[in-house]
Design a protein around this ligand. Structure first.
Ligand code: ZN
Ligand code: ZN
Length: 257
């Protein structure tokens, strides 16, 4: 049995729980240690039970909790070498530091994990495909644009969490300074609802059955708008599948495979 549960998602912090009966993993720790403990407790899980934390990239909405976690717990943290350099100041205990290489599979417990490079304004950002019990879970947020390679990487995922960061019009008309808008919309920024929808319409025809929209912007998006934009694309050009929006601050219902 594989479990997937979004604990926190969005520009204010990201943390996702993925587990088999034997191995419990958190993808990112971008909220405080306390908030992660609280969310896990809702699932009847202690932070001590977590076997590893794997880090997508250095931005604080993905790494904020690491300092306190490392002080209070002894949980292995995995990141690539360039990311480790960038988060040196978070003082993760040396004995908890583990390194993977981008685009090279590694193993934690009964998970095989493939970290694939994604375009984003971080030093060596990754998405993760996680394989166990003949199932595939892919988490890909903070993507400036979708490439052919990323699209293929996401095919055949039993659960796919893809970024649906902003609505074009809301961002353009919103209060952000011009430079920030440009950064978000750039090839190394974030993914719009529309671009997520186009990718997901294709993927819904390529064996992706459970889709979770993640990393929504607080200022430039609304959950209903993200859902509807993606739903319309899938309805027009793909196959209808399970579609949900990851909550910013609530533990979402567990998806079990
Ligand atoms: Zn980022
Ligand atoms: Zn982020």
């Amino acid at each position: 049995m594989i479990q997937f549960c979004n604990l926190y998602s969005g520009s204010s912090g990201n943390c996702t729980y993925v587990a088999t009966d034997k191995t419990k993993i958190l993808v990112d720790a971008g909220v405080s240690c306390n908030k992660i403990v609280k969310a896990l407790n809702e699932l009847d899980i202690e932070l001590d039970d977590i076997d590893a934390i794997i880090i997508t990239h250095e931005h604080s909405d993905h790494t904020k909790g690491l300092t306190t976690i490392s002080k209070k717990y002894h949980i292995p943290v995995y990141a690539n070498i360039k990311t480790w350099h960038m988060i040196d100041s978070l003082n993760v205990n040396d004995t908890c530091k583990f390194t993977f290489s981008s685009n090279q599979e590694f193993e934690i417990g009964d998970f095989k994990i493939y970290p694939f490079s994604i375009p984003h304004d971080a030093v060596d950002p990754c998405g993760f495909s996680m394989f166990a019990e003949d199932k595939k879970i892919t988490i890909a947020t903070d993507i400036g644009h979708i490439t052919e390679g990323i699209l293929h990487q996401m095919e055949n995922s039993d659960i796919l969490m893809l970024e649906s960061n902003y609505d074009d019009e809301t961002l353009k008309c919103g209060p952000y300074p011009y430079q920030l808008k440009k950064r978000i919309m750039s090839n190394d920024g974030h993914l719009s609802n529309e671009d997520a929808g186009k990718a997901l319409a294709y993927l819904s025809k390529n064996n992706v059955s459970n889709i979770v929209l993640g990393h929504l912007s607080k200022e430039n998006n609304f959950p209903e708008l993200a859902y509807q934009t993606v739903y319309n694309e899938i309805d027009a050009n793909g196959h209808i599948c399970n579609l949900s929006v990851a909550s910013r601050d609530f533990v979402d219902p567990m998806i079990t495979l």
